[in-house]
Write a protein that binds this ligand. Structure first.
Ligand code: TYC
Length: 104
């Protein structure tokens, strides 16, 4: 490798070591299905994402009509926890409600 390549490599390495990285945020998304009762979804959104009944109803209807809906945006660990809370409630009640997270 030539000197310029080495210098470039050193610079890239230094930058990646020195640059403070901002924590990335993740969208927590619920998916529509044909079987989960609407009121169950509203209840889950209220409990897990601390929304009012009106806010949760709006999000549920958005998911029902568009196929997916964003319930909140959080750092990775919190997004994962909320996704798991949704999946556990869903499993406990034997509903097929699905939840995913997506990097912004
Ligand atoms: N489509 C469901 C029904 O008609 C309601 C529903 C809404 C299910 C949102 C999942 O994430 C969901 N009962």
């Amino acid at each position: 490798m030539n000197t310029i390549s080495h210098q470039l490599e050193d610079t890239v390495e230094q930058e990646s070591k020195l640059k403070p990285k901002l924590p990335k945020n993740y969208k927590v998304i619920l998916l529509n299905d044909d079987y989960t009762p609407m009121e169950f979804v509203v209840d889950v959104i209220q409990k897990v994402f601390r929304k009012t009944h009106d806010e949760a109803t709006k999000i549920m209807l958005q998911i029902h009509t568009e196929g997916i809906g964003i319930c909140g945006i959080y750092p990775l660990e919190i997004a994962e926890t909320k996704m798991n809370q949704v999946l556990n409630l869903s499993k406990e009640s034997q509903h097929p409600l699905q939840c995913i997270i997506e990097k912004i």
